[in-house]
Design a protein around this ligand. Sequence first.
Ligand code: IFM
Length: 474
Amino acid sequence: MADRHRTELPASFVIGTATASYQIEGATTEDGRGASIWDTLALRPGAIADGSTGDVADDHYHRVGEDVALMADLGVDAYRFSIAWPRIQATGTGAPNQKGLDFYRRLAETLRESGITPWATLYHWDLPQTLEEQGGWLNRDTAYRFAEYSALTVEALGDVVDHWITLNEPWCSSFLGYASGVHAPGRQEGVLAAHAAHHLLLGHGLALPEIRRAAPEATVGTTLNLYSIRAATDSADDVDAARRIDGLGNRFFLDPVLRGSYPADVLDDLGDGEWFAENATPADLELISAPIDFMGINFYSRHTLRAGTPRDEASAYPGSEFVEFVDTGAAKTLMGWEIHPDGLVDVVEMVHDIAPELPIYITENGSAYADIVSEDGSVDDLERTDYLQKHLAACADAVERGLPLQGYFVWSLMDNWEWAWGYSRRFGIVHVDYDTQVRTPKTSAKWLAGYLGGPLGAGAAEGAPENAAAAAAG
Ligand code: IFM
C-alpha cells in the first residue's frame, strides 16, 4: 500500500474515527447518569440478538486515556463522539450533572492535547428514559427539552469543542424507534413515526440558535444517513418504487433541513398530509431550515428498488409497502449491506445539488465482518481494509469532481455494542476483547495509520497489500 496515502486528498481534508456514547462508554449507572431508552430496551427479552446490554460495552468511560492514545497512534485528525444526554441530565430536564460534563471535558481536553480535534454529537439515540415515559419523540415537548440540554451542554463545553452535530440519523430514531420498533424505544406506532421525525428535526432547529449563542465561533451541522438509490429497471413502477424509498429515507430529512419544506409526495405516501399541515408550522420549518455550517452524511450502502406487492415486514415502515429491495449480487458486509463505494459520491452529490455552497463531511462509513482472531491476538481484516481503501478513494473521486467534501470519519474506532445486534457485529478497526477489554489494532487500523502517516503505520504500510481484497482472494 506504499503508493496510496492521504496526499490523494487535500491537506485540509479531515480524517477521523467515530463512536457513540451508549455503544462504547459502559458505566451506565455511574456518576449520576440516568437511564436511557436503550438501557430499557436492552432488558426487553428478545430485543437484542445476543441478549446483551451496553452496561460495560468498551468500558471507555474508564479508558479515555488509552483510547485517545490509540487514535494518536493512528494519526487521525479528528474524533467524532457523542454525548449521552442522561449523563448531563439524568431525567432529561433540570440542572446539568457536573460529573457528566467533567467526563466529556476530560475527553475533549485529552484529544486536544494529542492534536486530535473533537467533534461532538448531541444526540446519538440515548434519550433519557423519563422523557420517553412522557411520550418520547412523539411528544413535541421533547424537542424543547433537547434544545435546553443542547444549550447547557454547549455552554459548558463550547471552549473545548468547536464542532457540533445536533442529531445522528433521525431516520433511525424515528422509523426504527417508533415504526418497526427494532430500535429503542421499541414502539410500533406506524405513521406516527413521521411525527417523531418532525419533532427530532424541530429539536435540531430549536437547538441551533442555542448552540450559536453559547459557542459563536463553533461550526454546527447535523448528520443524516443517506442512501444511494437506484431503480432496478426504467419501468415507471420501478422508478416509482425508487422514488418512494428515496423520499422516505433521504428527502424526508434533507428537504426540511435544506429547503424548509417536507416533500409532498412523501406526505402522500404516508397519508399524513393533514397532521403535517396542522403541526409542522411555517415557524417550525423556518427553525429547521436555518443555515447550518455543514451537512454530515453517514454512508453505508446503495438500495436498488423494484415495485412489489405488499409485504408483512414492509408494513412496519409506512409508505414503503409497495417496494422490494433487489439483491444486485454486489458483495455484502456481515450486516447484509451491499458495498457500493461509488454510492458515496452519489450521496454527496445529492446534498450538493440542493445546497451547492454547503460543506459536507462523511461522518460515518464502515463495515462489519466476522473477524477471526489469530492465536497471537492479531486480526487480519482484509475485507474491511479493502472497504476502507475503496471508500477513501471514493472521497478522493468526489473531491476531484469539485464536490465540497471536506472530511471522512471511519465507523468505528473500535468494536462496540451494535444496538439490536449487541456484541455480535464488529465494525471496529481496533479489535476489543470484551472479556479483558484489551484493544488490538486490526490490519485495517494499521493500514489507515500508514495512509495517515501515524506512528502505528510505520513499517506496516510497506507490508500491507495494495489491494486488500485481492490479497484476501489469494
Ligand atoms: O453503529 C451504527 C451507528 O451507531 C449509527 N450508524 C450506523 C452504525 C452501524 O450500524
